[in-house]
Design a protein around this ligand. Structure first.
Ligand SMILES: *Cc1c(COP(=O)(O)O)cnc(C)c1O
Length: 364
């Protein structure tokens, strides 16, 4: 039998057998009580991945981008400014979304290789009372940097501002603190660290804010309140949900809980990443960021001199291993490897042997 194709791209991920089986468990009308029950269970499970008693999950159908855009379209204020703090593609995309929805905003963008300058953000907030919200990315998948949300949250709390987070590539595997936090909402997706199938995504929002603040929303499909109201009342959604993907997400959330929750998932990722890092170290391939600044989910390495991405990618693809290119100005300089999904120990060996075969070093 041919070996399984291993997806080391940042989503979609290799599904476990039990999640794949959930996808095929049968057809279901989304207006029947069974599906409302399923939706309520998914929302409940999302709300308990972290300790987040004051937050409510809202499920929508669409990729992670749709959840980020729904969050900004519905919760970024129309009458005050949102400050976008960007150090990669996804932060910059949040700014494009605010612009597309005609929301007042300003932007702080730096070099993609640099961490967020927390002091500079604090100064900007102190100097501009019009800014009530800060939008940023938790794990900036462009470089694999885990942004220091804890410090940013501290600044926002101190200065009375609200955070809107893209947690699409971190929810389920990195630390998120909801207790007394400035987080107004965050966006996540089924098919990254949660190991579900693509098609459903979600927003976790401060429950009180959802009940009281209603912005003017320049979208129908991305209006979170259209989902929040019926999902809370009865478990129903306004438009046809990705039914099969919702079944898969339920199973994936149960699997995550069975395996010990987000902490144990982070531990698994860290162990995989440290194996891959030492293999690449051994081959003399340099990481883009220091290990301490990288997420547990994905890392970026510089392409060695004389190796182009397409050649490396194609050679690994022939061995059923899919890596990921860099984006924007990094496209010709780097490659990325994510360690999400159902990867078995024997498959980790296969990955390390293949990397050594292409890039050098001693086989594991
Ligand atoms: C993957 C990703 C997205 C976009 O998700 P899609 O499912 O491709 O729409 C948004 N933000 C971050 C940080 C991501 O890693």
């Amino acid at each position: 039998m041919a070996p399984r194709q291993l997806l080391l791209n940042p989503g979609p991920v290799v599904l476990s057998d039990r999640v794949r089986e959930a996808l095929a468990q049968g057809d279901c009308c989304h207006r029947e009580a069974e599906f409302a029950d399923l939706t309520r269970e998914v929302l409940e499970r999302l709300q308990t991945v972290y300790e987040a008693p004051g937050y409510v999950a809202i499920m929508i159908s669409g990729s992670g981008t749709s959840a980020v855009e729904a969050m900004l379209a519905s919760l970024a204020p129309a009458l005050s400014k949102t400050l976008v703090v960007a150090n990669g593609v996804y932060g910059e995309r949040m700014a494009s979304m605010l612009e597309a929805h005609g929301k007042p905003m300003s932007m702080m963008t730096g070099n993609w290789l640099d961490p967020i300058d927390i002091e500079a953000v604090a100064n900007r907030l102190r100097g501009d009372d019009d800014i009530t919200h800060v939008a940023t990315v938790h794990h900036e998948t462009t470089t694999g940097r885990l942004n220091d949300i804890e410090s940013l949250d501290g600044v926002c709390r101190e200065l009375g501002r609200h955070l809107l987070l893209d947690a699409v590539s971190s929810f389920g595997a990195e630390s998120l603190n909801f207790e007394r936090s400035s987080v107004a909402a965050l966006a996540g997706t089924a098919n990254k660290c949660l190991h579900g199938a693509p098609g459903v995504s979600f927003v976790m929002a401060d429950r009180k804010r959802m009940q009281h603040n209603r912005e003017r929303i320049a979208s129908v499909y991305l209006d979170l309140y259209r989902y929040f109201d019926p999902q809370q009342a009865s478990g129903f959604s306004p438009f046809t949900p990705a039914v099969h993907a919702a079944f898969a997400l339920r199973e994936a959330l149960e699997e995550l809980a069975d395996a010990g929750g987000w902490r144990s998932r982070r531990k698994t990722y860290r162990s995989r990443m440290s194996d891959i890092s030492s293999t690449l170290d051994d081959a003399g391939v340099a990481p883009l960021l220091p290990a301490g600044e990288s997420s547990s989910v994905l890392r970026t390495w510089r392409l060695p001199a004389g190796t182009d991405y397409a050649t490396l990618h194609d050679a690994l693809k022939k061995q059923q291993i899919v890596i990921y290119s860099g984006q924007g100005s990094l496209a010709s300089e780097v490659f990325r490897i994510s360690c999400m999904g159902d990867i078995r120990d024997s498959e980790m060996e296969r990955i390390r042997t293949a990397l050594t075969g292409q890039l050098g070093g001693t086989a594991p």
